[in-house]
Design a protein around this ligand. Structure first.
Ligand code: AP5
Length: 214
């Protein structure tokens, strides 16, 4: 199964992706994680992406095209994928269609996570992440057992540089102007399943599970 998960910052794309990839045995690809790794290792892509991400702006489509083309050439994609946070512009969606066509693949479903913007503020400012294994926590709704330490691998948890209210505002603007049209693009192909993301994580997952099994 080839899936996309779309939603504003903090709607729970990463949290749901961890559950979906285990339940449906698909390869999880997060462009946000790939870009953060590129920044951490100061690759050419990382150096170019850094300023855009810190400013809450989208990284230019050409950079995303290069990292996605390379990722899609790997074998693990052939058993099914889940793209998290990609495509984020209509240009990226058209580009993805072309790449998939050349590989004889197609998208089966687009999961669109919906939530009120006010809820996102608390989710984003309370998020902590493990830079090593990528486990996602929240200081209120999903705290780690030992404060500041990852339950899974023991690494020190961090707060993402773009998890501030100021950056969230910019990221939301970018989402509504550049990414919402992507949902319309896939809606015209009858691929979109709208999911209520303002529920407990297990309930959100159950809604996704029934959409994907239905
Ligand atoms: P990216 O890393 O994709 O970030 P994002 O879209 O802003 O989304 P987030 O990771 O902030 O949130 P999420 O929806 O995954 O929520 P999570 O599950 O963590 O992108 C970052 C940047 O990279 C972009 O701004 C852009 O610059 C660049 N970029 C990436 N891809 C790009 C592309 N294709 N093109 C151009 N630029 C690109 O949950 C959030 C918190 O809420 C957590 O603490 C979690 O524990 C909690 N939570 C989750 N679900 C629930 C729930 N149901 N109930 C209560 N709490 C919950």
């Amino acid at each position: 199964m080839n899936l996309l998960i779309i939603g504003a910052p903090g709607t729970g794309k990463g949290t749901m992706s961890a559950l979906i990839k285990d339940a449906f045995k698909v390869t999880h690809v997060s462009t946000g994680d790939m870009l953060r790794e590129a920044i951490a290792s100061q690759t050419e892509v990382g150096k170019k992406a850094q300023e855009f991400m810190n400013n809450g702006q989208l990284v230019p489509d050409e950079i995303i095209h290069d990292i996605i083309s390379e990722r899609l050439s790997k074998d693990d994609i052939k058993n099914g994928f889940l793209f998290d946070g990609y495509p984020r512009t209509v240009n990226q969606a058209i580009d993805l269609d072309n790449i998939l066509k050349s590989l004889g693949m197609k998208i089966d479903k687009v999961i669109d996570l919906n939530i009120n913007d006010e809820v996102l503020k608390a989710r984003i400012t309370g998020r902590r992440v493990c830079p090593n294994c990528k486990e996602i926590y929240h200081i209120v709704s999903k705290p780690s057992k030992v404060e500041g330490v990852c339950d899974v691998c023991g690494e020190k948890l961090i707060q993402r540089g773009d998890d501030t209210l100021e950056s969230l505002e910019k990221r939301l603007k970018a989402y509504y102007s550049q990414t919402e049209p992507v949902i319309e693009y896939y809606d015209k192909q009858s691929l979109v399943a709208k999911v209520n993301a303002d529920q407990k994580p297990q309930e959100v997952f159950e809604e996704i599970d029934s959409v994907l099994k239905g």
